[in-house]
Design a protein around this ligand. Structure first.
Ligand code: HEC
Ligand code: HEC
Ligand code: HEC
Ligand code: HEC
Length: 153
């Protein structure tokens, strides 16, 4: 069964209104918008997590890089690059230029639009969720569970 038929079956089973709402794919909204409802997490994130300044880390090195090399940096130092509703460029999507809450919690537009439906945000995280960016070359001391918070809280 391909994706399209799964979608059609979902439509039939759950009724059109519900499935359209949930079949819609969540987009990225940026850490600042999360902070409107989670001010404490946001303040700590900005103050303590290096992720909140991760775009600056690559921008200072931009003069030494080719355009192609610079774009590779986006994969880890921004939010949702190459994904639907994710970072495009500094001018088009300034709110997603750093690696924000959503690199760990996943895209949050539906969670936000529903006033915080917990089923619409990723919260059962494991170290697997970090590996796309934190690979063995870059991170050594990573088997310590409290680090899961990544200085974000
Ligand atoms: C989209 C890529 C990405 C993902 C996914 C990601 N990180 Fe990071 N993380 C970064 C980048 C980039 C930095 C470095 C930012 C800088 O210094 O410019 C960083 C920094 C850190 C640091 C350094 C200390 C600090 O205060 O920021 C820790 C710890 C960390 N991340 C933990 C985690 C954990 C735990 C996860 C998974 C639950 C995770 N990260 C997922 C990109 C990512
Ligand atoms: C595969 C993911 C990934 C890519 C691609 C990537 N980075 Fe990083 N970068 C990280 C992670 C993860 C850290 C944090 C390492 C840590 O603190 O343990 C980091 C840290 C850094 C830091 C150190 C910041 C500090 O506070 O010490 C700089 C500078 C940096 N990256 C620049 C770049 C540049 C420039 C590029 C593109 C040429 C790039 N990175 C591409 C994942 C990535
Ligand atoms: C480095 C990954 C990472 C980043 C970035 C991150 N979080 Fe979390 N967050 C976690 C982990 C891990 C938990 C614990 C949840 C679990 O694993 O069960 C958590 C839990 C939470 C919770 C549940 C309450 C609590 O404190 O346990 C909220 C709310 C939350 N995060 C919001 C945010 C917001 C808002 C941001 C950005 C300002 C953010 N998080 C950034 C990893 C992250
Ligand atoms: C409109 C307000 C609002 C916005 C915006 C919002 N949240 Fe929430 N969030 C909530 C509420 C309310 C809860 C508590 C739900 C509950 O426990 O019933 C919550 C719960 C959470 C949880 C815990 C889920 C659980 O089951 O433990 C996480 C993680 C979280 N939010 C992350 C985020 C992130 C990341 C963003 C930004 C992408 C964000 N939130 C944006 C209102 C919001």
């Amino acid at each position: 069964m391909n994706l399209r038929s799964v979608f059609l079956v979902l439509l039939v089973v759950t009724g059109v209104a519900v499935s359209v709402a949930y079949a819609e794919q969540a987009r990225y909204i940026g850490a600042k918008t999360c902070g409107e409802c989670h001010p404490q997490e946001y303040e700590r994130f900005v103050e303590f997590s290096k992720k909140s300044g991760s775009f600056e880390s690559i921008k200072v090195m931009k003069p030494k890089l080719t355009r192609e090399e610079y774009q590779v940096c986006f994969e880890c130092h921004t939010t949702g690059y190459k994904e639907p509703g994710g970072f495009v460029s500094e001018s088009e999507t300034p709110e997603l230029r750093n690696a924000g809450c959503e690199v760990c919690h996943g895209p949050g537009s539906i969670h936000a639009d529903t006033g915080g439906d917990p089923a619409e945000i990723r919260h059962d995280l494991s170290l697997e969720d970090c590996k796309s960016c934190h690979n063995s070359e870059r991170v050594n001391a990573f088997d310590f569970k409290p680090l899961l918070f990544g200085g974000a809280h």
